[in-house]
Design a protein around this ligand. Sequence first.
Ligand SMILES: O=C(CO)[C@H](O)[C@H](O)COP(=O)(O)O
Length: 236
Amino acid sequence: MSSGIEHAKRMAAYKAVDANFPPHAKVVGIGSGSTVVYVAERIGQLKNKHDFVCISTGFQSKQLIIDNGLTLGAIEQFPKVDIAFDGADEVDTNLNLIKGGGACLFQEKLVASSADKFIVVADTRKKSPSDLGIAWRKGVPIEVVPNSYAVVTRQLKELGAKSVVLRQGGGAKAGPVVTDNNNFLIDADFGSISDPGSLHQQIKLLVGVVETGLFVDMAHTAYFGDESGEVSEQLR
Ligand SMILES: O=C(CO)[C@H](O)[C@H](O)COP(=O)(O)O
């Protein structure tokens, strides 16, 4: 028996796949995190699962594809994706996202930006009542080339970040988190973000920044599960 939140995640993921999976899909993006686990599970139940390839967004996602009996492909082989599914750390009322809580934001954005349709799955805790930076208080994840972190940290403060933290491995690793691309991650708290597009552009221009966790104007629909199993839909 799954807990309330796991049930919420599973219901959102199953509904997202059932409502959106294209019958003749050839290339499918699979995101990262704990909600997308159920997307891979549902896609793995499809009768035609050997007719398409799945593109991963990192190590965990690759394992999900393999474990669910799906065919793994590389974005280098399949640069055009029919549909991509992924989780989010926060979704604003315009369907902009903060992502990267699981340190996979660069490959997630690469796959989502290559997709004809990008679908978000989450539980209702991820919904912001208005802007980004309200429900997710850990800051905007930013992937940086390792030796640039001090310079980028200084410049993020100049852009108005209230706090800038080099993400640490915690009990699992001494020192900073190293991404699947061998980079570091900075979490920059800008408080409530009224113009995520402009903030993304300013951060992206800093030398050393690989990608930001602000996903602006990218998602097509978000599915939010609650603990009762109800799923609500947010369209752009
Ligand atoms: O961006 C991500 C990883 O970098 C995840 O999609 C995001 O953190 C949501 O994860 P979860 O479904 O576990 O809440």
